[in-house]
Structures are given as C-alpha cells and as structure tokens.
Design a protein around this ligand. Structure first.
Ligand code: NAD
Length: 365
C-alpha cells in the first residue's frame, strides 16, 4: 500500500490509467486500459468499498491485465481493461452516478468498453448506456448478449470432460466425485451438467435455501462452506470466490484436478507451481471460464456490424477455446511445466504479436 502507479507491483506496462471523478454524484473511480493491441479494451466495472484509493488502484491494475490475457487466449479481437468505482454498492448507487461513470467512459472514445462485474448490475450499465455507446452486457435490443453464465458453465463443463479424458481416460464423469464450491449463476448450471454426465456431487454454498434446492435436483451431498476443502473428491470446482487455492487449502485438497469458474483461483502464481509439483492438474481459470467474455464479445461484434447476437459464432469461439485448453494441457505435460505458465505464454505471445504488428502499421502509415 501507499505505492504510486509506476512502482506498484501490479503495474504491467498499462497503456493508460485514468482517474475518474464527479463531484456532484460522488463518483470516484479508476479506468485501467492494459492493452488495446488486439482491439478495444473490454472488461467489467467493479463497485467495491475499497479501504483506500491505493487498494482500488492495485485491483484495477491486476484485473485489467487479467482481461488482456483472458481475451487473447479466447482469441477475441479485444484488448484488456477494467474499471473500479470506489463505494458501497448497497448504499451508494444512483442512476446519476452511473451516468457520470458513462460520461467518463465516453471520454476514452471507444478505447475501453465497460460491462457488469461485482457490485454492478445490468440496470447500472443501462444507465451508463444513456450517455455512451461504449458499454456491453445489455438485456435488450438485437445485439444484447444477456446473462453470460450459461455459456460460462458450458465452458467449465467441457473443460471438466477434457480433464476427465486426460486423467481417467473416460468420456463422461461416471464414478468421479466433484467438490463444487458455489452454486450461484454459473455453479447452478454447472451442477446440472455434471450430474447429467454421471458425476457424484458434493456441494456447498453460503446460501442455504439455494443449496438445498440445487442439491435435491442433482442428488448431491451438502457440506458446510469450510468443509469443501476436506471432501474426498476427484475434482475440485471453485465457483464462488477467488484465491481459494492458497497455502492453507492446498494441504487439505485431495482432488487430482481443479476445474472451476471462479476468477483468480491461484492466490499467488507460485501456488500454480505447487499444484504442479503435487501432481494436481490445474485447468487455468481464465481459459476455463472464458465462455462468459466470448458471449459478451458477440454483442460487440453485433454493435460494430449492425447485426444481432450470434449464438453460432459464440459456439465456434467456445469450441476453439476448448481446443486451446487441450493444447495447454498437452504442452504442459510435454514440457513438464505448470499449466498456468503455458496459458500465460500463449496469451503473451498473442498480445505481443498484435502490438508489434500495430507498431509496424503505424510506422508504415
Ligand atoms: P454468483 O454470485 O451468482 O455465485 C456465487 C455463489 O457463491 C453464490 O451462490 C454465493 O452464495 C456463493 N458463495 C459466496 N461465498 C461463498 C463461500 N465462502 N463458500 C461457498 N459459497 C459461497 O456468481 P457467478 O456469476 O456464479 O460467478 C461465480 C464465479 O465465477 C465468480 O468468481 C465469478 O467472478 C466467476 N465468473 C463468472 C462468470 C459469469 O459468466 N457469471 C464468468 C467468468 C467468471
């Protein structure tokens, strides 16, 4: 904490970091454009009660870089960005605040597109849309991509099948136990798919009403939130919070594979190395959960071409992403390296190639 921008450990050659402020509505936020090499920077807006602006800066720097990697590995013509609004999303929201935020996004002229993230709803983004075209994740109009969760869940499910084929040489999940943490938007759809494919489910959530409903229809065993790490399972599926793979949980997990929707599952990159050394196959989070951003990308395409949301295009991109996951797992095995390093290398190579090509084009122009 207390670090300035350039000596922050999370600063990673970001193209632009913009403080946004509006006195009338109390807007205080930061928009970080990590890279526009592959296209406009796209990434959600998070509203969070950060303890300090330094904490908000760290978060937006880290998250915006993550979006560059996620978008590149999904082979989308989009760069990476993210924004944060400092405040309590339960008490400090107003339509005017999101319109002020929309005006701030608009000043970037399309270098950054905002969308929903933690604490920000479709209704909030719709307020911003009144003043700028540079937002995505809307609910109405032909281009609207709607709730991305079913597509995210489908990607997590197919990733689980890929892992089962590699580790257990089977095409379905019969006889395998999945420890599912979080059965919200993504986890709920995922539970149904895992159950239909023959998996035995052990699940947890802090929402007990939802938990008993989903467990009943998927024949699942219920455990308390903290017990999920101790469950004897073949696969651990984190679908709630980030950083659940950390030094405390690692010793408790018995699963041979980790495949889940949560963002930023590794508390620190060295946890990826530790999982590798323990022989646990970690399917990199931002590859596994890329279905959601692919869904959003279809809205951007439709916007640019005057067309409509295209489920066939989404399916083609998701299939390609699943091939990329296979490549990552294959390369990691061949090179005896952790999977997250291979995923990062693929993303970095794509971003750097696009950046160099752009620089050449500018020189030639
Ligand atoms: P959600 O809020 O709908 O679901 C999260 C669930 O986790 C909720 O049911 C909540 O009660 C539960 N939960 C919270 N704390 C918990 C705890 N300590 N133990 C167990 N359960 C707990 O969110 P979602 O949209 O389903 O997303 C789940 C994860 O996937 C998040 O990390 C999100 O960032 C990530 N993700 C989501 C999408 C998407 O399309 N929705 C896309 C990419 C990544």
């Amino acid at each position: 904490m207390g670090k300035t921008l350039f000596d922050s450990p999370s600063f990673a050659n970001h193209e632009g970091v913009h403080a946004v402020f509006d006195e009338k509505t109390g807007l205080r936020g930061i928009i970080a454009v990590h890279s526009t090499a592959r296209g406009p920077a796209v990434g959600g807006t998070r509203m969070w009660n950060y303890a300090s602006s330094a904490e908000a800066l760290e978060d937006v720097l880290r998250l915006s870089k993550g979006m560059s990697y996620k978008n590149a590995v999904a082979d989308l013509e989009m760069g990476g960005g993210k924004s944060v609004i400092i405040g309590d999303s339960r008490t400090q929201k107003s339509p005017e605040l999101f319109q002020a935020f929309g005006r701030a996004v608009d000043t970037l002229g399309g270098r950054y597109y905002a969308a929903e993230d933690v604490g920000v709803s479709v209704a909030d983004i719709a307020e911003a849309r009144k003043v700028t075209p540079y937002v995505l994740g809307l609910n109405d109009g032909p281009e609207a991509s709607g709730d991305p969760s079913p597509v995210t869940a489908e990607g997590v499910f197919r990733s689980t099948l890929t892992v089962a084929r590699r580790l257990w040489k089977q095409d379905d999940l019969t006889g395998l136990t999945v420890a599912l943490q979080g059965i919200g938007h993504v986890g709920g759809y995922l539970a149904d798919k895992l159950h239909a494919a023959g998996a035995k489910l052990v699940m947890t959530d802090v929402n007990e009403a939802l938990l008993s409903e989903v467990a009943a229809r998927t024949n699942a065993e219920i455990v308390a939130p903290d017990v999920i790490y101790d469950v004897k399972a073949d696969i651990y599926a984190p679908c709630a919070l980030g950083a659940t793979l950390n030094p405390q949980t690692l010793d408790r997990l018995s699963a041979k594979a980790v495949v889940g929707a949560a963002n930023n599952q590794l508390a620190t990159p060295d946890i990826g190395q530790m999982l590798f050394e323990r022989g646990v196959l970690y399917a990199p989070d931002y590859v596994v959960n890329g279905g959601g951003i692919i869904n959003v990308a279809s809205e951007l395409n439709a916007r640019n071409t005057g067309g409509a949301y295209d489920p066939a295009w989404v399916e083609a991109k998701l299939s390609r992403l699943m091939e990329t996951l296979e490549e990552i797992l294959e390369r990691a095995a061949a090179e005896k390296r952790p999977t997250h390093q291979i995923a990062d290398a693929i993303a970095e190579a794509r971003i750097n190639a696009a950046r160099d090509q752009k620089a050449e084009q500018l020189k030639a122009a």
